[in-house]
Design a protein around this ligand. Sequence first.
Ligand code: NAG
Ligand code: NAG
Ligand code: NAG
Length: 531
Amino acid sequence: MAGGPWLRALLLASLCELPALRAAGSRPGLTPSAPARPAALLLRRLGERVRRLRGGAGPDSDPRAGWLQQPLDPFNSSDGRTFLQRYWVNDRHWAGQDAPVFLHLGGEGSLGPGSVMTGHPAALAPAWGALVISLEHRFYGLSVPAEGLGLAQLRYLSSRHALADVASARLALSRLLNVTSASAWVCFGGSYAGALAAWARLKLPHLVAAAVASSAPVRAALDFAEYNAVVSRSLASAVVGGSPECRAAVSEAFAQVEHRLSSGGAARAALRTELGACGSLSRAEDRAELLGALQALVGGAVQYDGQTGAPLGVRQLCGLLLKGARNGSHPEAYLGLRLAAQIVMHSLGQRCLSSSRAQTVAQLKATEPRVSSVGDRQWLYQTCTEFGFYVTCEDPGCPFPQLPALPSHLELCEQVFGLSASSVARAVAQTNSYYGGQAPGATRVLFVNGDTDPWHVLSITQASGPSEAALLIPGASHCADMAPERPSDPASLRWGRQSILQQLQTWLGQPPGSQVKVPPCGKEGADTGGH
Ligand SMILES: *[C@@H]1O[C@H](CO)[C@@H](O)[C@H](O)[C@H]1NC(C)=O
Ligand SMILES: *[C@@H]1O[C@H](CO)[C@@H](O)[C@H](O)[C@H]1NC(C)=O
Ligand SMILES: *[C@@H]1O[C@H](CO)[C@@H](O)[C@H](O)[C@H]1NC(C)=O
């Protein structure tokens, strides 16, 4: 991916964080020219930032990285090709060979040492004397096969392949680390990796004793219109600092953007400068990119509300948009949106807001693993071949009426991978029939969600019996439960983390040596997370 300033900042931060990057000598050569960045991917940038700032390993921490040689095609025993999959180990709490193993699964991004130092697995490990291991997802981070990201290679990228990796890693790591068969392995993960954790328990019950799935979208959805329905609800929710006026102001700001976009000429040129758009906006598809980026900015404020590393939460966004509001009219809403865009660009280290559609497509077509290390191409491939998850505005409650519609998202699958819209639709249906959507029928899986998070509608928020448990945390955003504990955490989030601990006690038994005080979840991370 041609790197703008935002990308460089990201990679430099990664270099500090991941010793293995240096060891592998794979520092990407960047071309400093192109300022472009894909609008559709702004949410991914926000997510990376939140994960990175959340998962910082402390100076005293020393998790070990290792590499497993895994079959590229685990479903064809005649195919001897392999790739190296990275994992991290934190054994500082490990009570011995029979103690549980907490396996933190990576998702659609790279995994750093923080993955075994913060979050549920690390926070809960002291209570059980558990060994904490994390496993980077194949094709992401440094676990990209040497042959690169061409289409022929991407055939080996799917959640099913990732689960096969979990199975072989579970067996190989047991041998390597001398873990006995008496140890219970518990999978953890958030977002897509949360779905993987649940599916690991579903498909590999002989290897995985239980799973904690945070913000896990287990139902694939071609048209994810509900995303913006939740964004709309959350913008109006007083619990997170929203209000009906705020939602109205967001709609008003978008109406003003659309008005300027459709006016053309001077109004459009002014808007380009005011919002910091990278390209000229003369093409309809580029205007759609800009609207998509603005929607992702608002969606991101909701999705990562209140989290360390999120440049804006709902309260701050609403504050900006409602400044100067008079009697239910919001003349300043557009100005507020401009300020919000500046804040987000600044925090992501980006010079401008959205690129041209042609540049987006060109970047997503790049196949060298090094320059694609942020994983955008890989994740797009997984959405085109498994999950969809295309955020549209077809819900009546959607506050962004002119957003690009589903066909524009599907066109990207066609343009980048040559995959037709009908094949994407079929793939999404197959995913749901293979995993069971929102009725997977897995036992000993705890689904944890926040009701502010747009993704919770694709997850499981109601328990169906004692062994398929669910928590819906009021006012919590995407994977908020996985973040290290902070003094400012609301009571509902503390309750949620405590409930996870209690659920594990039910499934794993009381932690051995009950004289040991069970630390509150996240305690560990609070010391290392840099808050
Ligand atoms: C399995 O691998 C062998 C060896 O690479 C290859 O010849 C064969 O076509 C593969 N089979 C399938 C079904 O992909
Ligand atoms: C593995 O565990 C066994 C049984 O406790 C022990 O005898 C052996 O020394 C251990 N091996 C390693 C390499 O730690
Ligand atoms: C605002 O509302 C108040 C009370 O409803 C009204 O008296 C006032 O004239 C309104 N101001 C404007 C600028 O519309």
